[in-house]
Design a protein around this ligand. Structure first.
Ligand code: C2E
Ligand code: MG
Ligand code: MG
Ligand code: MG
Length: 284
């Protein structure tokens, strides 16, 4: 009885696994095609100085609109790309496309002082990675200090040497570095010592319950104080309501990003958004 149940269970498990595996293979196949055919797109989420009236930068986020399945989350296709050697193709596409769109829009530097790109450990895992980044930035007009790379601490530690070598060259040219999802990895503090970091980005999981959970509130307060003490810019992500914003302001968090201020949007909407912001900011 127990034995037959066990083998049943095994069978169920196997067929489910098989289904998931073939679904993944299909997705992988289609992701490769989407990359090759330039079907991915990018969106921009503004980041703001404390107070929320002045844009300090934008984060570039990749989007994949699948013809049948609709929008596929980067939380699904980015790990898939990382596992199958496709991430650097995505990074190259995202950087080049965003620089092109932002420069064409006329917003680069003046209206948008900083552009942040998400990068992965696998972006740095071969000898050409530094060259690739230099190539991706080649079309940028103006100072490279307008470019920021967002790394997660987990990815940073996975490939510390490769990342250090590339960052040495890039930061010498002015490129800035942010530690994304700060506080969620194993060793946030050692990463700060090992890499040339300019900014820490407090993970949204700490921000979410800031007004209900005193523990989270104290953690956030401590991260902000630490950032200030180390001369790092501190930005909070996932800010969704005024109570969160108020707390962050009171504790001296320099910058904010989240649905309260703006969602990620395509370049056309970003242009309108910035135009409207200018109109409402200018004295009447
Ligand atoms: P991330 O870099 O931590 O980006 C923040 C995510 O939070 C984005 O999700 C953004 O749309 C979302 N977000 C922004 N404000 C709010 C808010 O107020 N509330 C909530 N609940 N969410 C908010 P998205 O675009 O789905 O991206 C998910 C993750 O996928 C990113 O996390 C990043 O790790 C990765 N990713 C996205 N684009 C790229 C890319 O071009 N390259 C790489 N390597 N990774 C990417
Ligand atoms: Mg990010
Ligand atoms: Mg993050
Ligand atoms: Mg994240």
């Amino acid at each position: 009885e127990a034995k037959s149940m066990g083998s049943n269970r095994l069978r169920v498990y196997k067929s489910e696994y098989g289904e998931n595996a073939s679904k993944r293979n299909r997705l992988l196949f289609e992701l490769k095609a989407a990359i090759a055919q330039d079907k991915l797109t990018v969106v921009y989420q503004p980041q703001f100085k404390l107070g929320g009236h002045e844009i300090s930068g934008v984060e570039v986020l990749c989007r994949w609109h699948h013809p049948e399945d609709g929008m596929i989350s980067p939380d699904v296709f980015i790990p898939l790309a990382e596992q199958h050697g496709l991430i650097s193709d995505i990074t190259d596409f995202v950087m080049q496309r965003a620089i092109l769109e932002l420069q064409r829009s006329g917003l680069m530097h003046e209206a948008i002082p900083r552009v942040s790109f998400n990068v992965s450990a696998n972006d740095f895992d071969n000898a050409h990675s530094t060259q690739r980044f230099l190539h991706n930035l080649a079309e940028l007009e103006g100072p490279w200090s307008a470019i920021e790379l967002e790394l997660t601490e987990t990815s940073a530690l996975l490939n510390l040497e490769g990342i250090r070598n590339a960052l040495k060259v890039l930061t010498e040219r002015g490129v800035q570095v942010s530690l994304d999802d700060f506080g969620t990895g194993y060793s946030s503090l050692s990463t700060l010592r090992l890499l040339p970091i300019n900014e820490v980005k407090i993970d949204q999981s700490f921000i979410r319950d800031i007004n209900k959970n005193p523990q989270d509130a104290r953690l956030v307060k401590t991260i902000i104080a630490m950032g200030n003490a180390l001369n790092l810019r501190v930005i909070a992500e996932g800010v969704e309501n005024h109570e969160q914003a108020k707390y962050l302001a009171r504790e001296g968090c320099e910058e904010v990003q989240g649905y309260l201020y703006a969602k990620p949007m395509p370049i056309k909407s970003l242009m309108t958004f910035i135009q409207n912001l200018r109109t409402s900011n200018s004295p009447r």
